[in-house]
Design a binder for this molecule. Sequence first.
Ligand SMILES: Cc1cc2nc3c(=O)[nH]c(=O)nc-3n(C[C@H](O)[C@H](O)[C@H](O)COP(=O)(O)OP(=O)(O)OC[C@H]3O[C@@H](n4cnc5c(N)ncnc54)[C@H](O)[C@@H]3O)c2cc1C
Length: 304
Amino acid sequence: MSVMSTFFQVVGKNKLANKLALRFGMRFGAQRFVAGDKDAEAIKCVQELNNKGLLTMLNYLGEFVYTEEAAHVATQNCIKTLDIIHHNKLQSNLSIKISSLGVDISQEFCLSNLRKILNHAQKYNIFVRLEMEDYAHCQGTLDIYKTLRQEFENIGTVLQAYLYRTMDDIKDLNQYNANLRLVKGAYLESGQVAYQNKVDVDKNYMEMIKTHLLNGNYAGIASHDDKVVEEVVKFTNENNISKDQFEFQMLLGIRGDLQQKLAAQGYRVRVYVPYGIDWFGYFMRRLAERPENVSFVLKNLFKK
Ligand SMILES: Cc1cc2nc3c(=O)[nH]c(=O)nc-3n(C[C@H](O)[C@H](O)[C@H](O)COP(=O)(O)OP(=O)(O)OC[C@H]3O[C@@H](n4cnc5c(N)ncnc54)[C@H](O)[C@@H]3O)c2cc1C
């Protein structure tokens, strides 16, 4: 964690400073990674990406909600995002965090919120993905996914390569023909549950991608890593895996060059577009991930 991210974390804990960060933070660099805090900004951002031949997944930002009221608001925000996608004919699906929908209050409550969202999405034929958060939510996310997968076609989830358990989950989810986003993992996890060494994470990542694809399932390969992209291109060519069976996924503001290059080669590329006022935690993870992102923010801080 860098000096800059520590600075932002301290700011995040102070009420007044947090308000100021929310008000002015977009100017300090968050706007590179977040479409904006208004619906119109999200719509414009998605339209621009769609016009470049890129698909998107919208996420109304929010996580770690502990009151029913806040979870209801988050549910309504997801439903509103679905309306926005449908009414503006956006080529987008929806990505959500169950911690924003009350899973920490009760699983039944969260399931009922998710059923509202999935029913609404089903009417519009929009796909919904349950993101994978910290390890404490991993089993709960998979339990919820499996329950809802038996009721809905338009649902998928995410698996993280840094967890020791993930290859077992890949095998287990095969019986659900799971549409999975496969990632390396973004949260700080202990050596008790997760590989600590990047070499091990990268190795497990390629193994899970190959296994899932060879099982005939759909994969969202979510990485900005050139080596991963090259290996996936080579592997799918060698194994006659159709370009319709997978997509590359990248975050807004990261590797736009690679996104365009892959789309021009006929690969399906989907960009993650977060928006809304609760952008702080998301922005912090992007800073923690990569020192270059911090220097980008610093430059913005001192720009007029
Ligand atoms: C669409 C999407 C959705 C995600 N959803 C989740 C989720 O639900 N749960 C979760 O835990 N994590 C999620 N992640 C985050 C993921 O787990 C990783 O933390 C993140 O993608 C970094 O890993 P990487 O494979 O991209 O690259 P790394 O392994 O971090 O880096 C490898 C190489 O990739 C390139 N690279 C990486 N980042 C950047 C950058 N910012 N700018 C330029 N080049 C870069 C560099 O060449 C770098 O050397 C998601 C990521 C994406 C792209």
